[in-house]
Design a protein around this ligand. Sequence first.
Ligand code: AMP
Ligand code: MG
Length: 326
Amino acid sequence: MRIVTAIEDSIQEAASILKEGGLVAFPTETVYGLGANALDGKAVARIFEAKGRPQFNPLIAHVSDADQAAALVVFNEWAEIAAHHFWPGPLTLILPRKSDCAVNELVSAGLETIAVRVPSHPVALKLLQAAGVPVAAPSANVSGTLSPTTPQHVAEGLGDKVDMILAAGACDVGLESTVLDLSGDVPVVLRPGAVTAEDLSRVLECDVVVEDGDTDKPKSPGMMLKHYAPSIPVRMNAIDLEPGEALLAFGSDQFMGVNGGGAAKDLPETQRRNLSEDGDLNEAAANLFAMLRALDRPEHKAIAVMAVPDQGLGVAINDRLKRAVS
Ligand code: AMP
Ligand code: MG
C-alpha cells in the first residue's frame, strides 16, 4: 500500500489509477474518501469489497463542478440555486438520473436518483478535475469502524486493499455532508450535516423537511430511503426454470433445464442474463442492478436467480436479492 503526499504529480497518478479501475483514498473536507471511477461497475464493486460492506447502499458521485453534475442528473430550479450557493462544499444533492447517464447502477443501488456533490477540499477538486470522471466515494474505512480523518487511519483500516492513499494531513473533521433530496415535491434533508436546514430554507426560499433518520420506519409515502426492488417476484437459488420465468444466471447455465421441456440456454435474449459467466463476484456485483432491471418485465412470471456464493461480495449480492424476494 502506498501513502503518497498529494502534490501535482501524485494527483495526476492517482487520477490515472482511478481511470484504470483502481481505488484511491483521498482527502475531502469531511473525511478521507475511498474513490473509484463511478462509470466502471467493477471498480465500484471493489469499494464494497474493500470496506467489507454486507450491503449495497447508494454512494455519492463526486464531481468537479456543477456542469459535470448536470451531465449526470436532471437539475431543477432548487438544484440550480443550491449548487450555485453551496458548491463546492459539504452539500450532497439527490436528483433524478438522466436517461443517458453513464454512472454504473451499483453507485445508486439501482435507484432512479443519484447523489452528487462537489467537494471543496483542494486535493479532492484537483483529483476530480484530473480524472475527468465522476468518482464514487464513501468513507475510506472498514464497514462498522470509525471514519478516517488521517491517511494513517486509512492505511491501518484498508491497507493493501487500496491502490494509493493521497495524503494531505488531517481533515477538518467537519460534519458529514448534508444529504438533500430534491427529487420530490418538497426539499427533504435525508442526513443532517454542515449545511443546516435553516440555511437551505433561507436560500431556497421555501420550507425544507427534515427526515428523523429512522429510515426503516414508514412515514408518508416517498419519505423512506427507498430500495430498488423489481416489480415481479424474485426466486433465489434456482436450479431449474419454471415456464415463463426469466433467468438471472451466475456461472454456467449450460445444463439448466426448463420444467416441462427445453433448456435455459435457448431462451430469448430478453429473458436471460448472466451476472458473471466466470463466476466472478466482482463482475456480478457490477451487473446486478442493471440486469435485474433488464429482466423486470411484465411478461415474465418471475426472475429466477441461480445461487450466488455467500462470501465476499456475494453476501451483499444475496442481501439485495433477499430484499427483492420479501
Ligand atoms: P456516505 O457515502 O457515507 O457519505 O453516505 C452517503 C449517503 O447518501 C447515505 O446516507 C446514503 O443513504 C445517501 N444516498 C446516496 N444516494 C442516495 C439516493 N439516490 N437516494 C437517497 N439517499 C442516497
Ligand atoms: Mg461511512
